[in-house]
Design a protein around this ligand. Structure first.
Ligand code: 0GY
Length: 294
């Protein structure tokens, strides 16, 4: 793997939707820069640099105030690039780390001091080689006060993961709703299964994010403007409005074949959260509760 890929739009449009003051882009990443923060030897993709200056310029262009930077799989368990971006943000970014489950208490405390407020467990086989549930469970029991677990999986393993997820003793935040097939509609089998999961615990949060992934042409969707996504996801946001956070997913890892325009991604917000009250919960109140409670 030598060719470095670009997965983000070089000139995203200005969105029509204006986010409320204090809005948080709560799912985004940084890549490198590689000269300072080399990618993991186990990385499944090798991206071009997409560092903090680019992220913060995009934040301002799209009308957001803050970021939650999720450690991307291409950096493995070395969180240096994410921590450096948080440190450069003047308090406007916090993060989610990916850790070796054997990390010490001191290691976790250092991540907390650097602005991390959660860890991510990634179950996508195309992104990581292994995901040891027993070790993940161990580390989830020794997280700093107030932290949560972000979990990324595909709809077909939701049931298989249930005993593991049920045992995690801190709040869970599910990336991209566990990737349901949105073309099935709001009452499709995947959405029903995800709703049953949400009903099982009051501290399961989710991100109604990534229309570009879930409604991609190559996944059998229709692509931008992602009508199937809006149709399937809006009822879920309305029903669980205190448990949703939102993000652009910039720089859109692995999306080089259907690179989304970030302005269009932001313009999905009023389609899944049509009222000012819902938008304020999704973009301001909820992410601040999870990431800036202290
Ligand atoms: C996402 C989704 C993806 C990639 C990663 O850490 C990552 O590399 O999360 C993906 O390829 O589906 O949330 O960024």
């Amino acid at each position: 793997m030598t060719e470095r890929i670009t997965s983000w739009h070089k000139n995203p449009s200005k969105p029509t939707f204006v986010p409320p003051p204090g809005a948080v882009d709560a799912h985004c990443h940084v890549f490198g820069p590689m000269a300072l923060h080399p990618f993991s030897a186990k990385a499944k993709y090798l991206p071009e640099d997409a560092g903090p200056d680019m992220l913060f310029a995009l934040r301002d262009h799209l009308g957001f105030s803050k970021n939650v930077i999720v450690q991307a799989s291409c950096h493995g368990t070395d969180n240096a690039a994410t921590l450096a971006a948080i440190a450069k943000s003047n308090g406007k970014a916090r993060g989610v780390a990916v850790v070796d489950p054997d990390i010490s208490e001191e290691g976790l405390a250092e991540l907390h001091a650097g602005g991390m407020r959660g860890i991510r467990f990634n179950f996508l086989k195309r992104l990581v080689d292994n995901a040891p549930k027993d070790k993940f469970l161990d580390v989830s029991k020794r997280l700093p006060q107030g932290w949560h677990v972000v979990i990324y999986f595909e709809a077909d393993i939701l049931e298989e993961l249930r005993p593991f997820m049920d045992a995690i003793p801190v709040p869970l935040v599910v990336d991209h709703m566990g990737r349901p097939d949105v073309t099935q509609g709001p009452d499709g089998a995947d959405m029903k299964a995800f709703r049953r999961f949400l009903e099982s615990r009051e501290d399961i949060w989710f991100k109604p994010t990534c229309p570009d992934r879930l409604d991609a042409i190559k996944e059998g969707g229709q692509g931008d403007p992602w009508d199937a996504f809006a149709n399937a996801v809006a009822p879920l946001v309305a029903d669980y409005s205190d448990r949703v956070i939102w993000g652009t997913d910039w720089p859109h890892p692995n999306m080089q074949d259907e690179i989304p325009d970030d302005g269009h991604i932001v313009d999905m917000i009023p389609r899944i959260a049509p009222t000012a009250q819902l938008q304020h919960k999704l973009l301001v109140d909820n992410p601040n509760r999870l990431y800036w409670a202290d």
